[in-house]
Design a binder for this molecule. Structure first.
Ligand code: ZN
Ligand code: ZN
Length: 64
């Protein structure tokens, strides 16, 4: 049996009421009810240190 187009393994996708808007691994919206945030460079630097590929608040790519 083939898996569906489910490439991202982040647990955010299988949960409800995720506390973040974007998935840090694929930048897909995981909770549409969370408003988009305007992030600062510091917040992105911090998020990058946690090895998030994408920002969970605005969906911006942090690691290229
Ligand atoms: Zn994902
Ligand atoms: Zn951000």
């Amino acid at each position: 049996m083939r898996r569906q187009e489910y490439r991202c393994l982040n647990t955010n996708h299988s949960r409800t009421n995720v506390p973040v808007r974007f998935c840090p691994m694929c930048s897909e919206v995981v909770n549409i009810n969370i408003p988009m945030k305007m992030c600062t460079q510091d917040e992105h630097a911090c998020s990058r240190r946690n090895s998030n590929k994408y920002c969970v608040d605005c969906g911006e790519q942090l690691i290229k």
